[in-house]
Design a protein around this ligand. Structure first.
Ligand SMILES: Nc1ncnc2c1ncn2[C@@H]1O[C@H](COP(=O)(O)OP(=O)(O)OP(=O)(O)O)[C@@H](O)[C@H]1O
Length: 577
């Protein structure tokens, strides 16, 4: 599994082959310089051994060379760091772009059925963890491999038998480390999953603070959070416990090897097979040889986390995209005739919701959808917009099957104003021009006037240039909706989908919205999730829905005469006022 993930991660390195080559060359150069210093130190030591046997000239030359080598080595390592950073951040950038792009390709079903915090966690935290792991891998693996090869060659040249002992015993530490790593992978994976869950939960809590406070739900939330936090704690302690074993274990093995070399080397010096300087160099090489093993094992925790994070990111990337139509059809000279024939749909495979829904809407008609909460009003809109595709049946616009249309094209045919109006951080002007980025000021102002929001905008300190906070934090619900209406007025789509606000709008704004809706609806086929009696009364077709089915349809008067479901709803809800 890990091998597969590593292979896939490597494909992201491909565009940076040149930098990788530069990193290799620099690593090689840096290691050569590092390996040269013990020889130079050994020579320096040999030039000062014995009383009255110090060769000052040779010593000074050696020391000057050592200083030169160290300075160049530091410079090369600095450069190496710069290139490693560059490649790591480039790769994480690419990966983040790809994941972000994927979010637009995923069907809404995925977004609806996964906690948003978890998805955000994958795009931000997990990719950061991958970056961290990659950075560590590049720095320790590149130099590590070259150091190991270089020291092996030099140690063999100095003393073959001791070198073989060192070479054979040291990798034992990696063996021990890999056994521990295998055990810990599951904990690292678990930790990231819990982190995703935690992100999702916090996001939900922040988004619903008003409700939480209104219902005094803080204590219950804290308990739930503590439960997740506790699981995170246990998993974190376990993974860190095993992870922390790796480094000391490898260090013990390596220290034992180092000690053995010291003893054997000392005996060889006493027997006259070795000089003290050579032994000193050899010990330094033995130390340098074990270093990459220590380093690699010490960054294994980061690498494990990075692999687990990669798996989560790749899982997201592997999710099936929204299907697309090969030869999409378009509607020429659109009239706005919408037909639904025997449409069936369910969110869950075995929980049927919409069944055999039939509806014929003529061009320019207004359809008011009414019914109890959960009856399927939003679902019907979801199907019209192809946020979800029906399981059976056909929906057509001017006799063209919507399943045969390109989704983007279809969605452009409808202007959509929802209760929860979407406003982004930017100026009011930018927000209005969202659907038509090339609109000039005149067009924008005309749209705002039609949406009955121009006067309000002009009262703001910076007028159309006023910055709106993220999610329209500094605007009221009604003002946000009016801006969204202006957006639609600008794009002039042939059909509309409107979701009337049920609450949190004062009567004056409500009237403004109603007026704006009326202007917008002129001559356009419109579907309204309706809550106001005035809208419903004026509709050409009222759909009374229940449990995903249309129980009644007709005009207001027809349905009242029928004295059925709508009649009862009307009497219980609207007639009171
Ligand atoms: N993404 C989803 N996954 C699974 N079930 C869903 C999903 N969205 C809605 N449902 C279910 O489908 C049914 C219809 O939901 P829908 O949102 O269409 O109702 P609605 O009439 O718009 O309600 P409201 O007036 O409260 O907005 C409900 O029982 C709801 O629980």
């Amino acid at each position: 599994m890990n091998r597969k993930i590593i292979k896939r991660l490597l494909t992201y390195c491909k565009p940076y082959q040149l930098i990788i080559i530069v990193i290799f060359v620099l690593s090689f150069f840096s290691v050569c310089l590092t390996l040269l210093t013990p020889v130079l130190f050994g020579r320096a030591i040999d030039s000062l051994i014995g009383i009255n046997q110090v060769d000052f000239n040779a010593l000074i030359v050696q020391l000057m060379i050592i200083v030169g080598v160290i300075v160049v080595c530091v410079l090369v390592q600095w450069l190496l760091g710069q290139f490693t950073n560059k490649i790591t951040y480039s790769i994480t950038n690419d990966l983040r772009d790809k994941v972000f792009e994927k979010l637009h390709l995923l069907p809404l079903k995925y977004i609806d059925s996964h906690p948003h915090g978890d998805i955000i966690g994958r795009v931000i935290n997990d990719i950061d963890l991958i970056g961290n792991g990659l950075l560590q891998s590049f720095t320790s693996l590149f130099t590590g491999v070259v150091t190991i090869i270089g020291t092996i060659i030099i140690m063999c040249l100095i003393n073959l038998s001791i070198a073989i002992v060192v070479i054979v015993l040291t990798p034992l530490s990696l063996l021990v480390a890999s056994i521990i790593v295998k055990r810990t992978h599951v904990y690292f994976k678990e930790q990231l999953e819990i982190r995703g869950e935690m992100n999702g939960y916090i996001e939900e809590m922040i988004g619903n603070q008003r409700l939480i406070k209104a219902f005094n739900y803080e204590k219950t939330n804290e308990k739930r959070f503590q439960e997740i936090n506790q699981r995170m704690h246990v998993s974190g302690v376990k993974s860190q416990f095993y992870g922390a074993l790796i480094n000391p274990t490898t260090r013990i093995v390596n220290s034992l090897v180092y000690g053995a070399v010291g003893v054997f080397g000392a005996i060889s010096v006493l027997n006259g097979h070795f000089t003290v300087g050579l032994l000193s160099s050899f010990l330094t090489y033995a130390n340098q040889y074990t270093k990459p093993f220590n380093e690699i094992s010490s960054v294994m925790t980061e690498m494990q986390t990075a692999l687990a994070a990669s798996q989560r990111v790749f899982n997201l990337l592997d999710e099936q995209n929204e299907s697309f139509v090969v030869n999409p059809q378009i509607v020429n000279d659109i009239q706005g005739k919408v037909t639904l024939k025997d449409v069936c749909f369910s969110y869950e495979p075995n929980v049927s919701l919409i069944k055999d829904l039939n509806l014929k809407v003529k061009s320019g008609q207004t359809v008011a959808i009414v019914g109890k909460t959960g009856c399927g009003k939003t679902t019907l809109i979801n199907l019209l917009m192809r946020f979800y595709d029906q399981n059976n049946g056909v929906i057509t616009i001017d006799d063209v099957d919507t399943l045969k249309m390109d989704r983007d094209y279809l969605r452009k045919l409808y202007g959509m104003v929802l209760q929860e109006s979407w406003i982004f951080k930017g100026t009011i002007k930018e927000n209005i021009a969202y659907g038509k980025s090339d609109a000039d000021d005149e067009e924008i102002i005309a749209a705002a006037k039609k949406a009955r929001v121009h006067k309000f905008i002009m009262k703001l300190p910076d007028g159309y240039e006023t910055m709106i906070e993220e999610d329209g934090g500094n605007l009221s619900q009604g003002q946000k909706q009016l801006i969204c209406i202006a957006r639609i007025m600008l794009t002039k789509p042939p059909m509309l989908i409107l979701d009337e606000a049920t609450s949190s709008i004062d009567t004056r704004t409500e009237l403004q919205i109603q007026e704006a809706f009326d202007i917008m609806m002129e001559g356009r086929t419109t579907f309204i999730v309706a809550h106001r009696l005035s809208t419903i009364k004026n509709a050409d077709i009222i759909l009374f829905m229940d449990k995903g089915r249309i129980l009644e349809q007709g005009t207001h008067q027809e349905l009242l005469d029928k004295q059925g479901y709508y009649y009862n709803l009307y009497n219980s809800q609207f007639n009171l006022g």
